[in-house]
Design a protein. Structure first.
Length: 103
């Protein structure tokens, strides 16, 4: 597994703060009609998960507890780990059953 890229500590703190603000904004916009809160939530989660090892560990635990929800959120955020896992599962499925067509 490749190591996390080293970012300047000030840059990480700014991105974490911005991610937290986006999550708060998503909670505020959530009750309003329209999908605005969803986009703010995804952006906030991306910034937090890219800059916090603690958040990554917590996210992995949540995904183990609720795998369907974690899978859907990872796919929606287009996380590289989710894309690799999906490709690996698809290759394994095709190896087991060569008659299946890829979608």
């Amino acid at each position: 597994m490749p190591a996390m890229p080293q970012r300047h500590p000030v840059s990480r703190i700014i991105q974490l703060t911005l991610g937290g603000l986006l999550l708060i904004g998503a909670a505020v916009l959530g009750p309003l009609p329209g999908p605005g809160g969803v986009f703010l939530f995804a952006g906030g989660m991306i910034l937090i998960l890219r800059n916090s090892r603690w958040a990554q560990v917590r996210w992995a635990r949540l995904k183990r507890r609720w795998p369907r929800t974690g899978h859907l959120v990872d796919r929606a955020m287009r996380r590289p780990s989710a894309l690799r896992r999906h490709a690996r599962n698809r290759a394994a499925q095709q190896a087991r059953d060569p008659q299946t067509r890829s979608r």
